[in-house]
Design a protein around this ligand. Sequence first.
Ligand SMILES: [Zn+2]
Ligand SMILES: [Zn+2]
Length: 328
Amino acid sequence: MPESTRRRELGRGERVLPGVWRLRLPLPWPGVPHCNAWAVAAGAGVVLFDCGLHEPGSRAHLERALAQVNLKLEHVRLLVCTHAHSDHYGQAADVVDASGCELWMHPDHTHMRAGFDDPDEALARRFEVARQSGVPIEPLREWSASARDRGNGIARLVEPDRELVEGVTIDTDLGRWTVHETPGHAPSHVCLHQPERRLLVSGDHLLGRVSLYFDYGWTPDPVGEFLASLDTVQRLDARLCLAGHGRTFTDVGAHIDANRALVAERLERVRRAVAEYGPITAYDIVPLLHGVQLSQLTAGWWLPETLCYLRHLEIVGAVRREGGDPER
Ligand SMILES: [Zn+2]
Ligand SMILES: [Zn+2]
């Protein structure tokens, strides 16, 4: 869709179940047109799961989506973030400021904090990882400059009032939700489960359309963690998934299997690339994995993904790090 058309999209709200509303919020990202926040009735107000990215005009989209289902920011009794990515946490400051509510989030959010504590250092670190992975210097400089201009999509750093870890529960009119730590996509990722109604707020761990992203460099093995988190969610046996992007979906088990299958397929492609081509950089593996070269648009997504597969294969002993500069 052309940029001009896409940018005219507005925040929209719709009821998906009695007491559950989907707030669809536009994103400025190619290929990811919107994200969801989920409002769940709780007494005189709502618990809000996730809150969308912060950028000029984003708060109006959130307020518009809420207004369409007769809600206001002031109705938010509690903000729960599934993870500390900007499209799920970016407007936390707006929500907390407008409603006076608490924010609950997992404590392992250093991956988000790093961009605040020292944005230049965080960017320099990503630059160095990419350079070490074989990305040519000129396009990398371009990417780095535009990343600086884009900003981080987060209004202001808000520390959680409560750490969202196993054992914490969230009370709503639809019953009590339990917290399940599901790292992999991001170290801070959790899913929220309502066992009687078999509902799952899945963030970016499970999406309607299988889409894999892993934060690289914060935990030992994001791919291994993601696979373990799929097991965690499978055990919950949820019936309806309220995901961070896209529509609700049922057949949760089939989605879990599809994620496992895609991870296995991509791991195998990476393993085969190394077996066939010998010492190879992560940058050179990307086109063998995705069929096209890394571009400015895909760099921030596919490079960490590839590095995470290599890391996992290294841990299970299927590939070996040769070192060098760039590293192969
Ligand atoms: Zn995410
Ligand atoms: Zn997301």
